[in-house]
Design a protein around this ligand. Structure first.
Ligand code: 0A1
Ligand code: ZN
Length: 880
């Protein structure tokens, strides 16, 4: 950890490595308090580099000795400064032997080699390998690894690393060994080892080519009843990649290991994926429908990285979205295909767009805004962001929208043909898409280089005499840090026109052949007019169908048009979108009334439209649930010039309460009609029913009367799965129900032995309406709370700061004081987790002056503390 101000690194300063690494042989003598690592690397000069030295990086690792071509080096033979070790050499081929000593048990950063529950794990992306040994730890240096693990046999019976197990045996002194060889060359960030007391579920499957592959899911003893869903998800992922992209598993063995202490979701180490337990362990008793879906998505995501990330990797970390945006897109498509139905695909799309709007749009409008391919960073760990991941996925999706599914596949095929085994740039992906389809995608590059969410304003005019309909689109993009002026983007805007009966019109763009349904307008200038001909009546436009670009689309829809689209649009996404537009307008008006302490009143038109959707049994329950869910408080906040969290909260609660009153009978009917009986299954139909039923319950619970309490309590008492149990507990926890405290206590004692469930228990309380800072501080004293475990810290501290806006933004500033304390405390333990929490005040300049002042003081307080470069970068940018 460095506490001085660390310099920024720039993309334009990229230089190729001075030496390539051909082979790496590592020997680990695993011991929690002193692990010895002996590494032999063979290197070859890179004639593209002018540097006449080998450059190695190390971070908090003790260098015991170093030999060059068998000769011991003394301190005079190299320069070591700020973790960079330079050995001047003139020969073309060299061998380095490096011995290092590390202390995994003291490693609370969870980067490099660390201990969790007595077992060893590694995390090397992005720059964790340098915490194990000195190495050219950069993604464009790819090498072949052979790894020897030695450890006490009883304490660490299982020894795993990347690739194939070549040999294992006894060392005679109570210790044993395992030798692993990875046949594929890889960058150091994909290195992994695991050692300890673990058990596995395994299965052998036949790959498309006829080869056998051994699949294993490793967990701690006692968790083997929770691995089936992860195994099924892995098998489905393998099949899907074979079918959709013609990509086969290239290894004989593929392992997933679950660990309870992990900074992120999971990691795609070659052949040895390491997962946060949250994204592996599931059974009906402990996991919700959302957990099941997340596990499927994350297992898919890591598996898909095997091609998009591992076989073709990134030249440097500025290209991170090359692998992440593409792989998120792939996991989104996988999840959608697993549901299979059109309506299911739309619900998945809606979920993904919600994440984008709730998290990425604010990021893109705040002090940490950065392009999908950033130009600079101080700490790369801070750039594992929703922009790199989710906006990156939207950018990849736009290729598919522009080129079609087949065109996109051609582009992917060419990408692998050109770059398999290489470390490349985002531009190489774009070039492959362009070349495979004969399309000029030059302007598309701006999606990678310009930050900010573009705004597209649409204006329409119908001319009955000439039967023409014009759509004029104009685009702009707000300034972001370091980018005052933006150039026009290449934006695919998918459009349909509805006739007065609600049917899709046949569309004829000026001079082009007719299509039924949807056309993709390509907006490339600041302003463009698209003319539809042979339009027989004034249409209602359905714009940005399926959310065809990550933009804000403004169009002056009347309330009647929105209600009409909600009822008729053939594009399910836009039916949902019309409802969200209606609800957002209402919520903004209510918020403004709340600010002026005016009387709040319900809107008949909105409640009629929502009632119609709720009662339309032709529509899937899962889809109806998305329509009946009001926009989140954070989404409303982003639409305001000055955010007023209390007024937003009052407005949203008022609307929910009013809808509950107006639609009570409808909600009760939906509750009854959507019961799932028999054994629990997380399939889309059953989980959709539960989602609608539990949404109905949450509305009914708004009324907070004896009937509502009884309904929630009854569901809690008979629940045979975690989805229903959590939904009813949440209804109770947010009410005045007499059984509330007893249910919370019962839940705790029933699940005390299940860490992932106890996380839910903390998080539910952290986000409850009555929970203020004092209550959170009290929960932190609970014996089950530990700030050192990232999942636990996230379940309580992050859930409160990010998921309970009206309490976090308490007028007295107590939330911010708490936030500052926790950022400082977390940063000292684990910089990545500290820096993540530091992001909670990103948007401080958007709040009223009284709050701003208190946030500013809290930020200053953090900035004045001794910080890691991770957290320092975040608060410095926030204050800039
Ligand atoms: N590449 C992983 C994400 C990841 C990044 C950094 C990590 O270390 C702290 C861990 C995981 C993915 O996209 O799943
Ligand atoms: Zn990823």
């Amino acid at each position: 950890m460095r506490t001085d101000t660390s310099p920024a690194i720039y993309r334009k300063d990229y230089t190729p490595p001075s030496y390539w690494v051909r082979t790496v042989h590592m020997g680990f003598d695993l011991d929690p308090s002193a692990t010895r690592v002996a590494t032999r690397i063979t290197l070859e000069r890179n004639f593209d580099s002018t540097e006449k030295a080998v450059v190695l990086y190390g971070d908090e690792v003790e260098l015991v000795q170093i030999h060059l071509n068998g000769k011991a080096l003394s301190k005079r033979d190299y320069a070591l400064k700020d973790g960079v070790l330079r050995i001047p050499v003139a020969v073309n081929e060299i061998t380095l032997d490096i011995e290092t000593l590390i202390r995994p048990d003291k490693n609370t950063s969870l980067m490099g080699l660390y201990v969790s529950s007595g077992n060893f794990f590694t995390q090397c992306e992005a720059e964790g390998f340098r915490k194990i040994t000195y190495f050219p730890d950069r993604p464009d240096v790819m090498a072949q690894y052979t790894v020897m693990l030695r450890a006490d046999k009883t304490k660490y019976p299982v020894l795993l690393s990347n690739g194939n197990l070549i040999e294992e045996g006894d060392l005679g002194d109570g210790r044993h060994y395992a030798l692993w060889e990875d046949p594929f060359k890889k960058p150091s960030y994909l290195f992994a080892l695991v050692a300890g007391q673990l058990v596995c579920q395994e299965e052998t499957i036949k790959l498309k080519s006829g080869r056998d592959a051994l699949l294993q899911v490793w967990v701690e003893d006692g968790n083997l009843d929770k691995t089936q869903h992860a195994m099924d998800s892995l098998i489905n992922s393998i099949r899907w990649d074979e079918e959709r992209f013609g990509l086969e598993l290239d290894l004989d063995r593929f392992m997933i290991v679950a660990v309870g202490d992990f900074n992120m979701g999971a990691m795609e180490n070659k052949g040895l994926n390491i997962f946060n337990t949250k994204y592996v362990l599931a059974n009906p008793r402990i996991a919700t429908d959302v957990d099941y879906a997340n596990i499927e998505a994350v297992v898919g995501h890591e598996y898909f990285h095997n091609w998009t990330g591992n076989r073709v990797t990134c030249r440097d970390w500025f290209q991170l979205s090359l692998k992440e945006g593409l792989t998120v897109f792939r996991d989104q498509e996988f999840s959608a295909d697993m549901v299979g139905t059109d309506s299911g695909r739309a619900v998945k799309r809606i979920d993904d767009v919600r994440v984008l709007r709730q998290a990425q749009f604010p990021e893109d409008a705040g002090p940490m805004a950065h392009p999908v391919r950033p130009d600079s960073f101080v700490e790369i760990s801070n750039f594992y962001t929703v922009t790199i991941y989710e906006k990156g996925a939207e950018v990849v999706r736009m290729y598919q929208t522009l080129l079609g599914r087949d065109g996109f596949r051609k582009g992917m095929d060419l990408y692998f043909k050109r770059h398999d085994g290489q470390a490349v740039e985002c531009d190489d992906f774009r070039a492959a898409m362009s070349a495979a389809n004969g399309r000029d995608l030059t302007q598309f590059e701006r999606w990678y280089s310009q930050a900010g969410t573009p705004r597209v304003t649409a204006k329409t005019s119908y001319d009955a005499a000439s039967k023409t309909y014009d759509i004029t689109l104009s685009q702009s993009c707000p300034a972001t840090p370091g980018q005052a002026k933006k150039l026009s983007f290449h934006i695919p805007v998918a459009v349909g026109l509805l006739d007065s009966s609600g049917k899709d019109m046949t569309l004829k763009l000026d001079g082009e052949v007719a299509t039924i349904g949807t056309v993709v307008l390509e907006l490339t200038s600041a302003q463009q007019t698209f003319r539809f001909t042979d339009v027989n009546e004034q249409p209602v436009p359905s714009m940005l169908r399926n959310f065809s670009a990550p933009i804000v689309l403004e169009y002056d829809y009347s309330e009647e048009e929105l209600a009409f689209l909600m009822a008729h649009d053939s594009d399910a996404f836009n039916r949902w979108e019309a409802g969200q537009r209606l609800a957002t307008r209402r919520l903004l008006a209510l918020t403004s009334s709340a600010q002026k302490s005016d009387a709040l009143s319900i809107d008949q038109a909105l409640s009629d439209s929502l009632r119609a959707t709720l009662n339309d049994t032709q529509l899937d329950p899962a889809f109806r649930e998305t329509v009946l869910t009001l926009p989140a408080e954070t989404v409303i906040a982003e639409q305001m010039d000055v955010i007023d969290p209390q007024a937003i909260h009052t407005a949203r609660r008022f609307l929910r309460h009013s809808l509950a009153q107006a639609l009570r009978a409808d909600f009760v009917a939906a509750y009854k009609a959507n019961q799932t009986r028999g054994n629990y299954s997380p399939d889309a139909t059953s989980s959709g029913k539960r989602a609608l039923k539990n949404l109905a319950l949450s509305y009914i619970a708004e009324l907070d009367d004896a009937d509502a309490h009884a309904l929630a309590q009854a569901q809690y008492d008979v629940a045979n799965n975690m989805t229903d149990r959590m939904a009813s507990l949440s209804a109770l926890a947010n009410s005045q129900a007499p059984g509330k405290a007893a249910a919370l206590a019962q839940f705790y004692s029933d699940f005390e032995q299940e860490p992932l469930v106890i996380d839910k228990w903390f998080s539910l309380q952290a986000t409850a309406r009555t929970t203020d800072v004092a209550a959170v501080r009290k929960l932190m004293l609970h014996p089950a709370f530990s700030i050192k475990n990232p999942n636990r810290a996230r379940s309580l501290i992050f859930s409160f700061c990010n998921g309970n806006p009206s309490r976090f933004h308490a007028a007295d500033g107590s939330g911010y004081v708490f936030w500052a304390e926790q950022v400082i405390a977390l940063d000292a333990i684990n910089p990545q987790v500290g820096a993540r929490l530091a992001r909670s005040l990103d948007r401080w300049r958007k709040y009223a002056p009284e709050l701003q002042e208190k946030m500013h003081a809290a930020l200053k307080r953090v900035a004045a503390a001794k910080l890691s470069k991770d957290t320092k970068e975040v608060v410095t940018k926030s204050l800039a």
